[in-house]
Design a protein around this ligand. Structure first.
Ligand code: SAM
Length: 225
């Protein structure tokens, strides 16, 4: 059984998709997508040898080697043109790392129609990358599992403009304002206020002043919702 988090990610894969799961670790997601008949074919990419080997073993043990190709590669370089990958999944990492994987392997996205990103934090970096690279947000989700809050961002090609709050909190998540969403931003507000208070007693160097300004701005923005 998949975790609720990965099951939610899988729900955004369209039937018949050819999927590349980048940073696949045990290859649980591609195996699930093939076993349930949702995906046609999958590539599991891993940059670290240990997880790569466990992905290979897992795929072999499940008898899925024909449908799931495991490759040791950095980011999107696990994708080869002949794979005809149309869906990229990058899950379980920080948003900054996900955005940098997308940025450095951009040329591998030519045949890709949908990106499903699941950042553990800093989802904003992914939304910013999307805007600068002509992808638009077509759906989002937020969920809590084992006390941790996760976001999912679905991107398709398109041009959109988002305001500062959309980029920070997510246009679809803002519109739905779920209980988990409120909990996430309440947690952030508490943390930002704590940092702000601790900075009040610090020497007012330029860096401290800038950080305080940024925090106040974020508190004001998020405070509105
Ligand atoms: N995607 C799985 C999930 O959501 O459960 C595994 C998440 S695991 C925390 C992150 C995985 O990404 C690790 O196995 C790590 O080795 C891999 N990873 C990190 N940077 C990567 C990169 N640039 N290219 C490929 N894999 C990467």
């Amino acid at each position: 059984r998949l975790s609720d988090r990965l099951a939610a990610v899988a729900s955004y894969v369209e039937a018949g998709a050819v999927v590349a799961d980048i940073g696949s670790d045990h290859a649980y997601l591609p195996c699930f997508l093939i076993n349930t008949g949702k995906a046609q074919k999958a590539v599991a990419g891993e940059v670290v040898k240990g997880p790569f080997e466990s992905a290979v073993k897992n795929v072999q043990r499940k008898g899925l080697s024909d449908a799931v190709t495991v490759r040791l590669a950095n980011g999107l370089f696990a994708i080869e043109d002949h794979d005809a990958v149309d869906t990229v999944v990058i899950a379980g990492m920080g948003g900054t790392l996900i955005a940098s994987i997308l940025e450095s392997g951009k040329e591998k996205l030519q045949q890709v129609k949908r990106i499903i990103a699941q950042p553990n934090l800093h989802a904003k970096a992914i939304r910013e990358w999307a805007v600068s690279n002509s992808w638009e947000i077509t759906d989002e989700a937020i969920l809590k599992e084992d006390g941790k809050i996760y976001e999912i961002i679905v991107l398709e090609r398109g041009q959109m403009t988002y305001d500062e709050l959309d980029l920070l909190a997510g246009p679809f998540l803002l519109a739905s304002k779920s209980a988990v969403f409120s909990e996430k931003w309440n947690r952030e507000l508490v943390e930002w206020n704590r940092v702000l208070r601790s900075l009040e007693t610090a020497d007012s160097t330029a860096a401290v002043t800038l950080k305080k300004e940024q925090l106040k701005r974020q508190i004001e923005l998020v405070g509105k919702v």
